[in-house]
Design a protein around this ligand. Structure first.
Ligand SMILES: C[S@@+](CC[C@H](N)C(=O)[O-])C[C@H]1O[C@@H](n2cnc3c(N)ncnc32)[C@H](O)[C@@H]1O
Length: 203
């Protein structure tokens, strides 16, 4: 594992990493992500990027025929797979989103609070290219992130607005919402995109 991900590995030793289970704001955010994920119809083959300890994996899994989960930190894969071990239709991959490859194709991709961990805008673009490449024509991608200003204050290269701009270069934005909580840190954008069914259109 890259040194820069050691801090994530440490965070993943907490009982409830990032308070995804216990914070009211995080529950509301994950519920909105699930709503957008389910709003486009039946999910045959989904990909979740960045599973943490499996809070969202557990919500999404019962709605998919097949689900692949990718996380750069093996501890995240270990915790999320243990939490969801009642299901046998989940495939686990420990890999970096900007480097991983698969022959599989997905009709839904969910990537939230992940891309700002990449080193720079070039890596973010590479990750987006990877994800768009494995999305079937007509498939949907649900993206979520804290906003640009907040991410930069946390020391990350960019956040929601920048990535939404990049995604709009190749995908069609279907819906966007803002999710806010009581504290300054609780402010993110969630957006749903569709890939054109015409191969030459916008790609
Ligand atoms: C803050 S948690 C977000 C969890 C969940 N997606 C959510 O929205 O609450 C970030 C997760 O992304 C993973 N992650 C960070 N950088 C990654 C990368 N380059 N490739 C794959 N996973 C990554 C971390 O290990 C962690 O499990």
């Amino acid at each position: 594992m890259d040194k820069k991900y050691e801090i994530l590995d440490r965070e993943l030793t907490a009982d409830d990493p990032w308070r995804l289970d216990s914070s009211r704001f995080e529950r509301k955010r994950l519920t909105q992500m699930l709503r957008l994920s389910l709003s486009q119809g039946i999910i045959t083959n989904a990909l979740e990027v960045g599973c943490a300890a499996g809070a969202f994996t557990q919500m999404l899994a019962p709605h998919c025929e097949r689900l692949t989960v990718v996380d750069v930190v093996p501890r995240a894969v270990g915790r999320a797979s243990k939490r969801t071990n009642r299901w046998s239709h989940i495939t686990w991959i420990a890999a970096d989103v900007h480097q991983f490859s698969t022959a599989d194709r997905f009709d839904l991709i969910v990537v939230a609070e992940v891309l700002y961990y990449l080193s720079d805008l070039a890596e973010m673009r590479k990750a987006i290219g990877n994800l768009v490449g494995v999305l079937v024509p007509g498939g949907h991608l649900v993206f979520g992130s804290a906003r640009d200003a907040r991410c930069r204050r946390w020391g990350h290269p960019a956040g929601a607005e920048t990535v939404i701009g990049m995604l709009n270069e190749t995908l069609i934005e279907v819906e966007r919402l803002q999710c806010r909580g009581a504290s300054d840190n609780e402010d993110c954008l969630i957006a749903c995109f569709r890939k054109s069914i015409q191969p030459d259109c916008r790609l």
